[in-house]
Write a protein that binds this ligand. Sequence first.
Ligand code: GLN
Length: 478
Amino acid sequence: MKYLKKQKSLSEISDSLKRGTLKVSELTKEHLNRIEEIDEQIGAFLNVDKNGALAYADQLDKEIESGLEVGPLTGAQVSLKDAILLRGLPSTAGSKILRDYVASYDATVSERLKEQKVVFLGKNNMDEFAMGSSNENSAYKLVKNPHDIERIPGGSSGGSAAAVASGMVTFALGSDTGGSIRQPAAMCGVVGLKTTYGSVPRYGLMAMASSLDQIGPITTSVKDAALVFRAIAGHTDKDGTSYPNLGYSEDISILNEEKTKKLKIGVPKEYFGEGISDEIKESVNTVIDFYRKEGFEIKEVSLPSTKYALPVYYIVMPAEASTNLARYDGLRYGTRGGEEDVLVTYMRNRGEGFGPEVKRRIALGTFVLSAGYYDAYYLRAQKVRAVISQEFEKVFEDVDVLITPTTPTTAFKIGEKSGNPLEMYMSDILTIPANLAGIPAISIPVKGREDKLPIGFQIMGKHFREEDILSLGMYYER
Ligand code: GLN
């Protein structure tokens, strides 16, 4: 367990800063030392901005001394998944094709975190272009699970989840297209929030599948997730899918027990079926029992089209990804080869720059969008996607939130599934539906597994009702 470390929560940091018992620079040094000490083994970072972090920490200490008001995120030690742009730092999205790319502007979320005065420590390793469930698709190196370094951390935001679990950062931001925040959070024993589609700006996030991608926090507690969410959510003109009127309340991170107890919990039976390990089912049932004993109203519900979510995802996602990735050709973005015929250049740059999983999805996406197959695959998948969303809407007339497991298994061994894409894709059967429907969902560690591999339970909620899933999570946490 030497790779696990309990660390200060956001409120512990801001309280100590306010009281003057902590210096940001001390905290930053502590975290940089931690990275130096263990990251060669864990592999969570692609890039550490040691000098930048130390210089900014010093500056912050001076600002605090001269009266800067300490906010809820001030001084937090933060890393970003490498697909999220932070001006001046390399951003490779885990791909060789972007090995020389340095971000020339900030993502909106990076800008918002800067306003909150966090300290950025660097960029996290990830599956290439966010395609994967184990981080084995990074073009650079593996990420090891801090609970057992023979195991994968989950993916694609595996570097971010491992960095939080091992105490290298206070929190990280990841992106979730089919589960990439929640699944690694569950496997590393931390909290991961996929936000409502449209709630957090995607500007400056390298797109995988634009109608599914969302940025969200990976933290050590639900309360911290709420604080980070509050800071990064909200409209921007720079993202055409950013929702105009969010109206999230200021106190979203404060648990109101009375209000929370009124939430009706649904348990969809399809999420406890075949393919989900007994250990996971039993574990999540203890969570449901907890809420029952606390007097919550709990009801079994049904989402019959759940079984179509994975096939629908593997049509819609590659279709969008193949289109989004067309820009990486070495002419507009990406490393360029020699001076020959443009088609040869194009094929060589993409041939060498992309890894096998990315190529597989480009081929699949191009196929389902091609004339003659569009109607049979893409259009039909979109129709089934609509049915899946409608089923959620219907169930949410009856209950406020849904509780399910996050993953079908605990973290598996490195190499165990890497030769079998279909088996790997099954890792996300429980997380993909929320992306297809655009609803918010959070993964929270089940308690009492200190010496075992972590298990996460998932709470899904109605569109823009992050408050419900966060408060139910905080209720469990307290
Ligand atoms: N593991 C899923 C995939 O490979 C989800 C990825 C994601 O959410 N970015 O597509």
